[in-house]
Design a protein. Structure first.
Length: 279
């Protein structure tokens, strides 16, 4: 059972993911063959392209366009609020109360918008395809502070699901849908690896985690997967990619372009992945 976890990181993080994934696919790593793809925020966007079997070069271009669109909006961005995402005053994941507080502040910074409005905008950067059977994505309920994992049974369009999982507090408006307010799943974790569906009986579980902005709880999440018997490999940005991603805003078009190039250069260090993934 091959499973893929894709973490968040704004347009620049998405571009890093796209550059890395494109290089891995060129090496013969069949990422699109994953039984489950669990994406958070930017990772969910790449997951949609991978699971729909669309060219990843077009994905990287779409994320560059998304970054330019962000820059053109000129709206308020709250770095302090973005910096609280996935971080807790205690150990482990943020508490439900901490997530509720972040969501409430997000609604004060930006007026919550209907999912139909935001989905119409997001559609330009997504493949024209139904929700893939393997794809699941994480957002958070602003009222309860609990994570919500969307999948095919929920009956959403790709653009609706992506609108909720990318509603990063401090950078994007919270989303109004089904009578509730939703925010980016990154408020809990940039990867949410512990929310992967339980394994089916009958074989080893192989999990690949690609995390452009690994959060403080990733190690705990990976340990929880290993305790259930999963064979887990984690790929995070190398030194050059970290310099790029930390050297500018993840919403900046230039950072997005440089992140894709840095990820492409990093692919050479992942040559053993194909054998591990296919075994």
């Amino acid at each position: 059972m091959r499973k893929l976890i894709l973490g968040g990181g704004g347009p620049a993080g998405a571009a890093w993911l796209g550059g890395l994934a494109d290089g891995l696919v060129e090496q013969g790593v069949a990422l699109g063959a994953a039984e489950e793809v669990l994406g958070t925020s930017a990772g969910a966007v790449l997951g949609a392209w991978l699971a729909a079997d669309r060219p990843l070069a077009r994905f990287t271009a779409a994320m560059a366009d998304r970054a330019r669109w962000h820059a053109a909006q000129g709206g308020p961005v709250q770095p302090s609020l973005l910096g609280r995402m996935g971080r807790s005053a205690g150990l482990g994941h943020p508490s439900e109360e901490e997530i509720r507080q972040i969501a409430a502040q997000a609604a004060q910074v930006m007026r919550p918008q209907a999912v139909t409005e935001l989905a119409a905008v997001w559609a330009r950067w997504l493949p024209d395809a139904p929700w893939p059977a393997s794809l699941r994505m994480v957002c958070a309920d602003a009222a309860t502070g609990r994570p919500r994992v969307w999948g095919p049974p929920d009956g959403l369009t790709l653009a609706e699901g992506i609108a909720t999982t990318t509603a990063a507090p401090g950078a994007a408006a919270p989303v109004l849908m089904h009578g509730r307010m939703w925010v980016d799943g990154g408020v809990r974790s940039s990867t949410n690896a512990d929310l992967l569906a339980p394994p089916r009986p009958g074989g080893p579980e192989r999990v690949l985690v690609l995390a452009p902005l690994p959060g403080p709880v990733l190690e705990l999440e990976v340990e929880s997967l290993r305790r259930r018997g999963a064979d887990v490999t984690v790929v995070v940005p190398d030194r050059q990619s970290v310099i790029v991603l930390s050297g500018g805003s993840v919403l900046d078009p230039q950072t997005t372009r440089r992140a894709a190039l840095a990820a492409t250069a990093q692919v050479a260090a992942t040559r053993g992945l194909r054998e591990w993934w296919d075994t």
